[in-house]
Design a protein around this ligand. Structure first.
Ligand code: ADP
Length: 477
């Protein structure tokens, strides 16, 4: 079946398409998905612009009902959509279903937020004058998403955009159009008026670029690589538009001598390798103090031996394949670089053969790594982590912060003093104590500092900051 783009309420095939391939079994074609042209993107932007005045004035109950219906359908179809997600992206079925549930919860949350829009009334400093502060939608919002969370990231951008009265042009990642197409289909059937949400699947350099170059896109929210994020930023400055970027991470996970070893190992394995290490909140630097170092490394090796790497849809699989050949090449290149730099490959790193042709890689753990090595500074985005040995807490904190990124930061400790100090001093948007660096709630802010993010936070009530613009009204009575 051909899955079309949606422009101004019409499903449009176009002249070009891409096959959606299962990374667990490259013989398995999930479906054919239309590839939009730059002209299609322009038509989508024009449709969103035309739909904006009516949608921005739509009643909150209408928005609530559409978002609520969408949430209900996503949750009712969680097994089917979760399976589609695992099939197209390669994370395990449990992770795929979990992510789908999260997408449903996000729509549910913003359905509620539509009913809770509020402003402030403040007395003026001048007598007999009142001041009211209200939030208005921004306009046409461009949404550009990556492949690693095929349903949650589209959900956490589309839901608030619509909730606050914006219209949308949405470009999902080319590798995983399936879940994006499915949620757009659900939203349309839930009653969205034509033009309010437009789907333009296709190439970043064509469709994404057309969005960046359009003066009619008032805001762009982007999650993806640092390089593309910079392009979004530069183009947005040119058009004086709002922009929000979520980019890479090189998240540290600190293990102190006083840590509970089991808690530390579980959190480190989860942070580094679950979802095949393909999370921007994954931890790829495990910073371990001397007293626990050898015991920790040994326990990690034992734990890693028990991991089942196989077809994402198979029961019992802990870690699915890497998403595609080019990402697999990047992972194995970095494994070679780590060896050349003098780190010791203590475990894993080999390509694996399974029953079906897929991009299977045994998670890799380096030891004897330093923080200056490229494997400790550059984002790999795969199941590859290095252990960096440090003397004490102070050195651990300074190594943890010595990175161009600042998304998430974790620590395993039983010391209240160190946990508290770390929470205050970690240079990251999110900090985790005795928990993996990845795995966040849907109703609280998400985002980072330094090279990881730009603009206001995503998710929860903080999303309003990006998807609205504030108006200050004065009335003399
Ligand atoms: P990743 O490494 O996750 O693929 P990218 O930054 O390349 O990171 O991709 C993230 C999203 O940005 C994808 O939807 C991709 O198509 C899009 N993209 C890539 N290049 C551009 C561009 N020049 N302009 C706009 N979007 C782009």
């Amino acid at each position: 079946m051909m899955h079309s783009n949606l422009i101004d309420g019409e499903w449009i095939d176009g002249n070009d398409m891409v096959r959606n391939i299962n990374p667990s079994d490259t013989n398995d074609v999930i479906g054919e998905y239309a590839r939009a042209s730059a002209e299609d993107a322009k038509a989508a932007i024009a449709a969103a612009k035309a739909a904006f005045p009516a949608w921005s004035r739509s009643g909150i109950l209408e928005r609530h009902a559409i978002l609520r219906k969408t949430a209900d359908e996503i949750l009712a179809r969680k097994d089917e959509l979760g399976r589609l997600l695992s099939r197209e992206e390669g994370k395990t079925l449990a992770e795929g279903i979990g992510e789908t549930v999260r997408a449903g919860q996000i729509f549910d949350f913003f359905a509620g937020e539509a009913l809770r829009l509020a402003g402030e009334v403040i007395p003026s400093v001048r007598p007999n004058i009142g001041v009211e502060i209200t939030r208005e939608p921004v306009g046409v919002v461009g949404i550009i998403t990556p492949w690693n969370f095929p349903i949650a990231i589209p959900a956490w951008k589309i839901a608030p955009a619509l909730c606050y009265g914006n219209t949308v042009v949405f470009k999902p990642a080319e590798l995983v159009p399936g879940c994006s197409w499915a949620i757009v289909d659900i939203l349309v059937r839930a009653g969205l008026p034509k033009g309010v949400l437009n789907l333009v699947m296709g190439k970043g350099s064509v469709v994404g670029q057309a969005m960046l170059d359009s003066p009619d896109v008032q805001a762009i929210t982007f999650t993806g690589s640092t390089g593309t994020g910079k392009r979004v930023a530069l183009a947005s400055v040119e058009h004086n538009r709002k922009y929000q970027l979520e980019m890479g991470g090189k998240n540290p996970f600190v293990v102190l001598d006083d840590a509970d070893l089991t808690v530390a190992v579980e959190a480190a394995v989860n942070s580094a390798f679950f979802s095949t290490g393909q999370r921007c909140t994954a931890s790829s630097r495990v910073i371990v103090t001397e007293g626990i170092h050898d015991r920790f490394v040994q326990a990690m090796g034992e734990r890693m031996k028990g991991l089942v790497i196989d077809d994402a849809l198979k029961a019992g699989t802990h870690i699915g394949p890497v998403v595609d050949q080019s990402q697999l090449n990047q992972d194995t290149d970095y494994i070679a670089i780590g060896k050349q730099e003098g780190a010791k490959l203590a475990f894993g790193g080999e390509l694996l053969k399974r029953d079906t042709p897929g991009f299977y890689l045994q998670p890799a753990l380096f030891t004897e790594a330093t923080n200056q090595m490229r494997i400790s500074q550059e984002e790999i985005f795969g199941p590859v982590a290095s252990v960096i040995r440090v003397k004490d807490y102070d050195e651990a904190l300074s190594v943890a912060n010595d990175t161009p990124f600042g998304l998430s930061s974790g620590i395993a400790t039983t010391s209240l003093k160190h946990a508290t100090h770390f929470k205050r001093n970690a240079e990251a948007g999110m900090v985790m104590v005795n928990l993996p660096t990845a795995g966040v709630d849907f109703h609280v802010p998400f985002g980072g500092r330094k090279g990881s993010s730009h603009g206001s936070r995503e998710q929860g009530r903080y999303a309003a900051e990006f998807y609205t613009t504030v108006k200050t009204g004065y009335t003399s009575t």
